[in-house]
Design a protein around this ligand. Structure first.
Ligand code: PHE
Length: 340
């Protein structure tokens, strides 16, 4: 850079610098001009350093000239800076403007799944009868899922429910195939008399199709008291069906479960079509099951029932295909209830 103090060169630099300031559109443009002319390596800064090497009589004049240039530059710079910053602020405000008159996008609402709706209704039904609610583990010891429920080791009934066994084979853990696994747990851990319901997931190695799913939900009801009979069982089932479906006839058909004696299937009469549909397994708790839990079968009797929640949801809401229940599309759930 020119280290010699040359007023005429500086005058034309000043003119150039003022033109650059005039053209500046942004704070960055302004800053670039400032650094080009008055930054540490700028033309004017270098020239001002050379003042000291001038003859004494020239120094004052050069100093004054430099001061005048700087003053002119600074005042043009500051004036333009105000304009540019005001314009930049206007631009920012424009960009942030919210048009209050535009139609708004609703925040997408979730929705309760029909399984949750049925589950809540059932919980409400049982608690309003004064029953307790319980649950057990999904990974269950085979003893609770089978042995304590009177399934002898080689009994073909074990094959009634296609079981997922946990590895290693001798750990004796299964994914519970039924919520009946909670029966003995409840009897062991609660004082008698006992009125309890548990709703939870169960697992069977069925492929997913329109009516089956390898993971589904059951509600298990269990009552243990003195003098309970099939009449009590039927009364509770009838009340449950009418609370879920707003009425409806039920019937008990003889059936077989290792843990109940006698055992039944409970059917419900479908409104309109006159068809009976199977809704639940049920029965009087087998004395061996009471004994497994340390309950005296001479003194106490019990009844139990297990209802498939998916089945209830499908009948209640007219759902035709299990896939709809498991796919988790919120548009499907929206049809039954908005989130609450
Ligand atoms: N656990 C049985 C099933 O999954 C249903 C059931 C429960 C039957 C309680 C009788 C008593 O098929």
């Amino acid at each position: 850079m020119n280290a010699v103090f040359n007023p005429s060169a500086l005058s034309s630099s000043l003119k150039e610098s003022l033109e650059e300031i005039g053209k500046a559109k942004t704070s960055q443009d302004l800053e670039a001009a400032r650094s080009k002319y008055f930054g540490s390596q700028g033309i004017f800064s270098l020239a001002s350093k050379s003042i000291g090497s001038l003859d004494k009589d020239k120094r004052k004049e050069a100093g004054e000239f430099f001061g005048k240039c700087k003053k002119e530059f600074d005042s043009a710079f500051l004036k333009k800076k105000e304009e540019v910053e005001a314009e930049e602020e206007r631009g920012r405000l424009r960009a942030e403007t919210v048009d209050m008159t535009l139609p708004f996008t609703r925040f997408p609402m979730g929705s309760l799944h029909p399984i949750t709706l049925v589950k809540r209704e059932m919980e409400h039904f049982f608690t309003s009868l004064g029953w307790s609610l319980g649950d057990g583990p999904e990974v269950e010891h085979a003893w609770y899922n089978f042995d304590a429920l009177n399934f002898p080791p080689d009994h073909p009934a074990r094959q009634m429910q296609d079981t997922f066994y946990m590895a290693p084979q001798d750990c004796n853990l299964v994914l519970r195939t039924q919520t009946s696994s909670t029966q003995v747990r409840e009897m062991i851990s609660s004082p008698l008399p006992l009125y309890t319901a548990s709703i939870g997931r169960v697992f069977r190695s069925d492929p997913l199709d329109a009516f089956h799913s390898p993971v589904f939900h059951q509600c298990e009801g269990l009552a243990v008291d003195e003098g309970l009979s099939v009449a009590d069982l039927k009364g509770v089932l009838k009340a449950l069906v009418s609370s879920l479906f707003g009425g409806g006839k039920v019937r008990l058909r003889p059936s077989y479960f290792p843990f109940t004696q006698p055992s039944f299937e409970m059917d419900m009469l479908l409104e309109g079509s006159g068809k009976w549909v199977e809704l639940a397994g049920a029965g009087m708790v087998h004395p061996n099951v009471l004994k497994s839990a340390g309950v005296d079968p001479e003194k106490y009797t019990g009844f139990a029932f297990g209802i498939g929640i998916e089945r209830v949801a499908m009948l209640k809401y007219g759902i035709k295909d299990m896939h709809d229940l498991v796919e988790g599309d919120v548009r499907f759930s929206h049809q039954f209830a908005m989130g609450d």
